[in-house]
Design a protein around this ligand. Structure first.
Ligand code: XMP
Length: 531
């Protein structure tokens, strides 16, 4: 296991992903976890992430006392990245100071030989890397050597081979196929370090994840216990349900909730695909009035998410009570298709052992659960990214129609109608616009090249002219993005003809819309959903 201790860098999740891409299991936990909880995970390598703090700031997060001694005694390799490297330097008696020149962005470094961090191919050469730091190591602790410097002369990489301690001032994890400006050789450095120097085997497979999760679920759920699962028709809940079904068979009971926030004909379509392709027993509950009543007049996005999360839990409780009448035994567990990015972005409470990046949104299946919920949670996917869930689904023979579906958020159209979702016929308008957009994408053969596409209803009206008449009607936005995991995203580039046709179709067919915008913001600075 490669364990990442998170100190709040926006790139921490990328370290986890890059290492998994090398077929090595990696997990990310809060960097302030206790020594005990780190030792329990028995890591072979610990990576200390970057972070927004200065090591000199009061209360700057750090690894627990005794961590470096523990690592040394147990043969654990430690790699600090940026802030993580500065922590190592400072803790071992070196000096970290505000750099003369702060280094942000693309930089060139010179590798000073063949070292633990660099193999023969990189030795003695220059490479471009992504730097993002204010402080720098100005004096190294005893036993450390500088193995790479930036061309401005600051320390870029250090190591103390005998103590298995390594540090990179730059971010090797920040790179992408279409992003050559970052650290294009970062993956090579991580591979060399983990596989050649630390001797980690690249043998982590989805099949192992499957077997491990089945074992865990069998251990959790007693022989007389029953489990309920909310199926949404999306990848995550479908894969989660199929996995739990494999572990406990017919003691799993699935429910599909129509919360009144679904897309065009979604309930009918999803229920018929469940029946014909998934062969899991699913009960459909129409709770649309219940949800919409609770959302009446609510404009705040976080409040909407919390209300929806709460209502879902009430429905699950009611469903469990109904099942008790039939089974004589009330289900005790609830399956959720929570993914790793949901966990990272929802900032779980201290002590949960998870990472502590700042709160962005309360994804309803993580942040919005009531404290008094009686059902215990089974979240078999909570350490996986979306693409990994799709791979797992493939092994579980989940039909392609589920695996390839674009993600759809738990709070549904509530986060796509800005403001009060119950006002006027916003939901109805949005459904029609969204359907036209998605059908056009499918007809153009673009659906599988886009991570997610949808329409957004804006709570503003604009003046237009339709059929020689002045109109004062609604404005909608179209959003289509590409992404690897939903944590960062780029907007999708449609050709002009496609956009012209879609906009014409929307304005001609949807009453009450006279203006269509396209959202061309990436994430960051925006998020995928508008709320
Ligand atoms: P954001 O808007 O946070 O979205 O950039 C990232 C990905 O997560 C989906 N999303 C959610 N999924 N419950 C979910 O299950 C939620 O509350 C939720 N909010 C956003 C979003 O559609 C995108 O794929």
């Amino acid at each position: 296991l490669v364990l990442i201790l998170d100190y709040g860098s926006q790139y921490t999740h990328l370290i986890t992903r890059r290492i998994r891409q090398l077929s090595v299991l990696s997990l990310c936990v809060s960097g302030t976890n206790s020594l005990d909880s780190i030792a329990k995970l028995n890591p072979r390598v610990v990576i200390l992430s970057g972070g927004p703090h200065s090591v000199h700031a009061p209360g700057a997060p750090s690894f627990p006392d005794g961590f470096l001694e523990y690592a040394e005694e147990n043969g654990v390799f430690v790699l600090g990245i940026c802030y993580g490297m500065q922590l190592i330097v400072q803790k071992l008696g070196g000096v970290v100071d505000v750099g003369e020149k702060q280094e942000y962005g693309k930089m060139e470094i010179a590798v000073e030989g063949e070292w633990g961090l660099y193999g023969a191919e990189a030795a003695g050469g220059h490479q471009v890397v992504w730097m993002s730091h204010g402080d720098e190591a100005v004096k190294l602790p005893e036993g450390f050597t500088v193995v790479a410097r930036s061309l401005q002369g600051s320390v870029a990489a250090i190591e103390n081979r005998s103590r298995r301690l390594y540090g990179l001032q730059y971010h090797p994890e920040v790179y992408g196929d279409n992003d050559v400006t970052h650290s294009p050789r970062g993956m090579e450095t991580l591979r060399h370090f983990l596989l050649d120097v630390c001797g980690i085997s690249a043998d982590w497979k989805m099949q192992d994840v499957l077997e491990e999760e089945v074992k865990v679920i069998k251990g959790m759920v007693g022989p007389d216990e029953h489990v309920i699962c909310a199926l949404s028709g999306g990848v995550d809940s479908t894969v989660a349900a199929t996995l739990v079904h494999k572990a406990i068979g017919d003691r799993l009971h699935c429910v599909f909730v129509d919360n009144g926030l679904l897309r065009y004909k979604e309930r009918e379509r999803v229920m018929s695909t469940f029946e014909s392709e998934l062969h899991l027993p699913v009960t459909c509950v129409d709770a649309s009035e219940q949800f919409l009543n609770k959302l009446k007049g609510v404009k705040d996005p976080e409040m909407k998410r919390k209300i929806i999360g709460h209502e879902f839990i009430c429905i699950f409780d009611q469903f469990a009570t109904e099942l008790e009448k039939i089974l004589g035994n009330k289900p005790t567990f609830l399956v959720q298709g929570t993914l790793y990015p949901d966990v990272i972005e929802s900032c779980p409470p201290p002590g949960s052992g998870m990472t502590h990046s700042h709160t962005i949104k309360s994804h309803h299946n993580v942040g919005g659960l009531p404290k008094d919920m009686k059902l215990k949670l089974i979240e078999p996917l909570k350490f996986l990214f979306k693409d990994e869930v799709r791979k797992l689904g493939c092994i579980l023979n989940v039909p392609e129609s589920f695996l390839k579906r674009h993600p759809f958020p738990g709070p549904g159209l509530a986060v796509r109608v800005l403001g009060d979702v119950t006002e006027g016929n916003a939901l109805e308008i949005l459904r029609q616009v969204d359907e036209i957009f998605i059908q056009a994408i499918k007809e153009a053969g673009l659906y599988d090249s886009i991570w997610q596409a949808f329409a957004v209803f804006l709570p503003v009206q604009s003046v237009g002219v339709q059929g020689d008449q002045r109109t004062h009607s609604h404005v909608v936005a179209l959003r289509a993005i590409t992404s690897e995991d939903g944590m960062t995203a780029d907007w999708y580039y449609f050709d002009h003809k496609f956009l012209i046709d879609v906009v014409r179709k929307i304005c001609n067919n949807v009453r009450g819309v006279n203006r269509v915008c396209q959202d061309i913001t990436s994430k960051p600075p925006a998020t995928v959903e508008w709320e």
